[in-house]
Design a protein around this ligand. Structure first.
Ligand code: MLT
Length: 276
């Protein structure tokens, strides 16, 4: 499966039928990270997990920098191609940065948000420098540089101790991502717009899910999102780091699925269905 989106063929995984939920992966992973969520969605839900341009099976297209507005626009065009008017958006970390961009420009397309281990603010100048440095190193020396830099921080101590399969899975996703995509995306994240002012404009249901032991985006970032978004609920997942959907899959899926089944009926989607 693949569809032309803004000059690149994008691929995605899909399960189920009914109301849509779009899963946006983090950096530098791909749609495979959402396999266990797609497989256990409640009845009546259609899960869509794209590979962002350059990641997984999607084409890279022609662009120097993969910035968050570009990824967000790709997601909107993909929704158009799939005939989805409104969707729940679930984004993890960079996936959250992209979800904020989607909200900023197309709030009418979003029915609810699930924000996982992400943050709304920009990078500090030091963090921007570190990203540029990593981009240079990965270009020169390859993906192992990124695996070495990220893996120790990505997973909770409990995961690192007992789940070598998860560490291998995550390393493999990073190794599969081209140096060029990693470098372009690092620069794109470094220049991402400030989404803090966007928070107070969000008026759809929001669930915030964070691994309790996440050190990349910590509980403070989650609390800041919960304070900034009216009615948002923060849930911490014990025994998980930056990737709670992989590390504590059952707890993550339980929280996600409870949220989905509790959503009010989508009057806009219902109207669209009546029109077709
Ligand atoms: C991610 O998981 O997407 C990254 O940690 C995001 C980032 O580096 O800011």
């Amino acid at each position: 499966m693949g569809v032309a989106v803004n000059g690149a063929d994008l691929e995605w995984r899909e399960r189920g039928s009914g109301d849509a939920i779009l899963f946006i992966h983090g950096f530098p992973f791909n749609s495979a990270m959402w396999g266990a969520q797609l497989a256990t969605l409640p009845p009546g839900w259609r899960g869509i997990a794209p590979d962002l341009r350059g990641f997984g099976a999607s084409e890279a297209g022609q662009r120097d920098v993969y910035d968050m507005p570009r990824f967000a626009d790709d997601m909107i065009v993909l929704l158009d191609r799939l005939g989805i008017e409104r969707t729940v958006v679930c984004g993890l970390s960079m996936g959250g940065y992209i979800a904020f961009e989607m909200w900023r420009h197309h709030p009418d397309r979003i029915r609810a948000l699930v924000l996982c281990d992400t943050r709304a603010g920009t990078d500090s100048p030091d963090a921007q420098r570190a990203r540029r440095h990593l981009a240079e190193r990965v270009t020169a020396d390859g993906q192992q540089v990124v695996i070495d830099a990220m893996l120790p921080k990505l997973l909770a101590p409990a995961t690192r101790k007992r789940r070598s399969d998860i560490a291998s899975f995550v390393s493999a996703m990073i190794a599969e991502t081209s140096r060029e995509t990693i470098a372009r995306t690092l620069i794109g994240m470094a220049i991402r717009p400030d989404s803090e002012p966007v928070l107070r404009t969000i008026d759809v249901p929001v669930l915030i899910l964070f691994g309790e032991d996440d050190v990349i985006t910590n509980r403070g970032h989650g609390e800041m999102l919960a304070r900034g978004i009216r009615g948002a609920r923060l849930e911490l997942i014990p025994g998980a780091g930056h990737l709670p959907n992989l590390e504590q899959t059952e707890d993550f899926n339980h929280a996600l699925n409870q949220f989905l089944v509790g959503l009010p009926r989508d009057s806009m989607s219902a109207r669209a269905a009546l029109r077709t």
